[in-house]
Design a protein around this ligand. Structure first.
Ligand code: LMR
Length: 396
């Protein structure tokens, strides 16, 4: 049987980290996978997470099963965190189901869509996160692209995007990045969100928001604002939430799928179906990260410490954007001010695949195959080498 299997190529993002670890060069920089890093290049355990983890371990008396829909306190906390205390006016119509990370939540959403509307097409931005298409297509759904990023202007192609949405059949799913667009860092502006919301509503399209970076673009509330506005506007929507980045819980696989339904009965039925989907895929999600998030969100002291650490990570990434743009411009390779306008962890440099390979092989600077850089991997200590290397490959 197994001889029929083809060898799998390296994952476009995780493969970069593996190649970086194998590189023996003393001066090497990993700007590949999207993990936050501090000045020392470490991905630290968030302070409030460490404290909450100790509390969880101190009081936990059992590790017996919870349920396929996960930890109820976590689900309630995430619902409030994303939709606000009033659930964007949809109390009772909005439910959260814990999933194994943001990716697991996306897959839960895709499975739910296939069950409810097997022929539905999911439209993703061009470009989008390298795992969106495999993950959603893997659930058996058709995936197509809508125009999003104009690399020449480093801007969103708003008119083309809206024209595309206007041409979709009712019931189509539109996957939107809630904040910190991956891979470009180019977010929708307020007017874009308003126009998209109006089009989704008018055309009967269903938003599926991937909210993996809440708090890394603007404040936690600012990054949730587009989701809340959409929830007030459209009858149905899905939101895949990740706690990997803003809680730093990457390997604990902590996330949730939020479903906003037309009424509370449909919301409960959807939650029941999601529980069944989870049960047949992995039975139930891991609890450790969810128990930690539940505690952080419920405890005022931990919560305020967490909020200030998220704000500090955000501020540091903004400063690194400015530093990188300055250092690149100082090498006379063009205008890089656009990097400072983009948000979150990523920007995509205009590099050919050959330049990406030369960056890695000649300069030991690792970026994603499409030229995406994780700005959190920049530091005052390595920015000189990074800028020299990028300038060198751009000069040819
Ligand atoms: C990324 O885009 O680098 C992150 O979301 C990590 C991942 O799983 O790809």
């Amino acid at each position: 049987m197994l001889h029929t299997l083809a060898r799998v190529p390296d994952d476009p993002i995780l493969g970069i980290s593996a190649a970086f670890r194998r590189d023996p060069a003393p001066l090497k920089v990993d700007l590949g996978v999207g993990v936050y890093k501090d000045e020392a290049g470490e991905t630290p355990v968030v302070r409030a997470v460490r404290a909450a983890e100790q509390q969880v371990l101190a009081v936990q008396r059992s590790k017996t099963y919870l349920s396929p829909v996960g930890n109820p306190g976590f689900n309630a906390g995430v619902l409030d965190l994303v939709l606000g205390a009033d659930h964007a006016g949809r109390k009772g119509q909005a439910v959260a189901v814990q999933g194994p990370g943001g990716s697991g939540a996306l897959r839960l959403g895709a499975e739910l869509i296939r069950l409810a509307s097997p022929g539905a097409v999911v439209h993703v931005s061009d470009p989008t996160w390298a795992n969106h298409m495999p993950l959603i297509g893997g659930a058996g759904l058709k995936v197509e692209e809508y125009p999003y990023y104009d690399p020449a202007r480093h801007a969103v192609r708003t008119d083309a995007l809206l024209a595309h949405l206007d041409g979709l059949v009712a019931g189509s799913i539109v996957l939107l990045h809630g904040s910190c667009h991956n891979p470009t860092g180019q977010d929708l502006g307020e007017a874009d969100w308003r126009a998209i919301g109006e089009t989704l509503q008018r055309r009967g399209l269903i938003p599926f928001v991937d909210l993996a970076y809440q708090g890394f673009g603007g404040s936690l509330d600012e990054d949730a604002a587009p989701v809340r506005a959409l929830a007030r506007l459209v009858p149905e929507m899905l939101v895949a939430v990740s706690c990997s980045k803003n809680f730093g819980l990457y390997r604990e696989r902590t996330g949730a799928l939020l479903v906003v339904a037309a009424d509370s009965t449909q919301a409960q039925i959807a939650a029941g179906q999601l529980g069944r989907i989870a049960r047949t895929l992995y039975s139930m999600p891991p609890d450790h990260g969810a128990a930690i998030v539940d505690r952080v969100l419920a405890d005022a002291t931990l919560r305020s410490d967490w909020e200030s650490e998220v704000a500090a990570m955000n501020a540091r990434m903004r400063a690194l954007r400015a530093l990188l743009a300055r250092e690149l411009e100082a090498r006379g390779t063009g205008d890089f001010g656009w990097i400072t306008q983009q948000r979150g962890m990523f920007s995509r440099l205009d590099l050919t695949s050959d330049q990406v390979v030369r960056l890695r092989e000649q300069h030991h600077v690792y970026v994603a195959p499409d030229g995406r850089v994780n700005v959190a991997g920049i530091s005052p200590a390595n920015v000189g080498h990074v800028a020299d290397s990028i300038a060198a490959v751009l000069r040819g």
